[in-house]
Design a protein around this ligand. Structure first.
Ligand code: ADP
Length: 477
């Protein structure tokens, strides 16, 4: 049976976007000098003008963060810091719809995801870390571990507010102050978060937000007043940061790219697996570093599973991200769309077979239909490089050992998935897989208590859970 869906757009009246934004430094919004436009990727409508931060803005922000660290934040007890985090978490919950609509407008991801996943997880991160603030002496990091001081935090555009929460919540809980830079295409929710900091009466300078591009990020990385760097983004920029801080005392966590393997054994429950595969690659338009972008299928069930997957993909609704029935929204930028197109064209040229369901894509904005490539070999670019879009590469295997070899044959090591009815097979496979996060019979499940991070070119360190706290603390005696 096919359902017809009438449009069900979420109202955007709840958000109040200013025509121009400055930086948030020392508790106040300061005007920027140069600006660039931020657009809605679903319509190409200009939403606002964002300041391009330069070295002097970064200087001011670091000075404010250092002053706040020395004068207030490092003097407060963990219990007092925790109260601010709880307050921020509750305000985020109260203003959840506003944040969800703004994130959808600026990023292009469906309202169903911002409303039900991104923003609830953001609040959960603040609640979780609020609980840790007065218990750090008991986190297994020695007696009275101490913060680093000022943390420089640089985040990407795929989960703008969620990545902010992953960075800001543990930094504040552990007693650090922060200078954060959102990605150039998605600064709006970080700037709204600055208002939440004011509303929560967070002491001035504890959170500073400087907007801008890669040069602004580099100014933060290279600033001598920054003691710890937390970065999420591409492996290419991660390597630049690693080079820039070598020989300094700066600590760093780097969350970089991935090419996650989703392994399906022939005893897997097919219908549930199909749902998991769809969630693994089409969630957030595939703009997910831990996406299950390589499906590694046991040969005996390949035809049946691919046939069911295609039927399921035909039901994915692509379109207006503000529509509550939309499953797949807009690609975040023209630049990202070109990268996806380039890699998909390479898939065609190298001999893989492309398939997408029929769907009408709007002429305005940036769109890419959900796509699978079958007949992919390990040598193909679409099996090796991160596409960061709604594109699944399908490889097959005969023996469990071959599945593991194919899954591990990648420079990355962020995530993997295993689908099987046998617990022993799942445990065996997870022990062989070289990936920081491995899901069994599910995919893309996140929780603030669960550490996240990768091996090899997927980065350094972990975020979330007790492991994530350690990155913001010097071990106590
Ligand atoms: P993506 O491929 O997801 O756009 P990037 O690694 O290019 O990832 O961007 C992630 C974040 O890193 C963004 O906030 C971007 O502005 C910032 N950035 C880009 N280049 C640099 C750099 N050389 N140093 C520090 N930050 C940078």
């Amino acid at each position: 049976m096919t359902f017809e869906y009438a449009p069900a757009p979420e109202s955007r009246a709840i958000v109040d976007i200013k025509s121009k934004y400055g930086h948030f430094i020392d508790g106040k919004f300061l005007p920027g000098k140069k600006h660039f436009a931020t657009i809605n990727p679903a319509t190409e409508e200009v939403l606002s003008q964002i300041s391009l931060g330069g070295a002097s803005d970064v200087d001011k922000a670091v000075a404010a963060a250092q002053k706040a660290y020395t004068k207030t934040w490092s003097k407060l007890s963990g219990k007092e810091r925790g109260k601010y985090l709880y307050r921020i978490a509750r305000i985020l919950q109260e203003r959840a719809r506003e944040f969800a609509v703004l994130e959808t407008l600026d990023n292009g991801k469906p309202i169903r995801e911002t409303r039900d996943i991104d923003i609830p997880l953001v609040a959960a991160h603040f609640f979780y870390h609020a609980g840790w603030a007065d218990k750090l002496d008991y986190a297994g990091l020695g007696k009275s571990p101490t913060p680093h001081g000022v943390a420089g935090q640089i985040i990407p555009w795929n989960f703008p507010l969620l990545m902010l929460a992953w960075k800001v919540a543990p930094a504040l809980a552990t007693g650090n102050t922060v200078v954060l830079k959102p990605a150039e295409t998605t600064s709006l929710t970080a700037l709204l978060f600055a208002e939440v900091c004011q509303q929560a009466e967070l002491p001035d300078g504890v959170v500073n937000i400087v907007t801008g591009d890669g040069s602004t990020g580099a100014a933060i990385v290279n600033h001598p007043g920054i003691h710890k760097i937390a970065f999420t983004g591409s492996t290419e920029v991660g390597k630049k940061i690693a080079r820039a801080i070598s020989g300094t005392n700066k600590k760093a966590t780097l969350e970089l790219g991935g090419k996650g393997a989703n392994i399906v054994f022939d005893d897997a429950p097919i219908d549930e697996t199909v749902e998991g595969i769809v969630n693994g690659i089409f969630f957030n338009q595939g703009h997910v570093c831990c996406a299950g972008s390589r499906l590694i299928l046991q040969e005996g069930i390949a035809d049946e599973l691919i046939a069911k997957l295609k039927i399921r993909m035909s039901k994915i609704r692509v379109g207006d991200p503000l529509d509550k029935n939309t499953d797949l929204g807009a690609i975040n930028s023209r630049e990202q769309l070109s990268k996806i197109q380039e890699l998909a064209t390479a898939g065609d040229a190298e001999g893989a077979e492309r398939w997408s369901p029929a769907c009408t894509l709007s002429a305005k904005g940036f769109w890419f239909a959900p796509t699978i490539f079958t007949g992919v070999t390990q040598a193909h670019r679409i099996a090796r490089e991160e596409i960061f879009g709604p594109v699944l590469s399908v490889l097959t295997f005969r023996t469990p050992q071959e599945a593991i070899e194919k899954a591990n044959n990648t420079p990355f090591g962020l995530s993997a998935g295993v689908w099987s009815e046998k617990g022993s097979r799942i445990l065996w496979a997870t022990q062989q897989l070289r990936a920081g996060v491995i899901w069994a019979n599910t995919f893309n499940k996140f929780d603030p208590a669960s550490p996240f991070g990768g091996y090899k070119e997927s980065g350094w360190g972990r975020e979330g859970g007790k492991h994530g706290l350690a990155a913001y603390l010097k071990e106590g005696k």
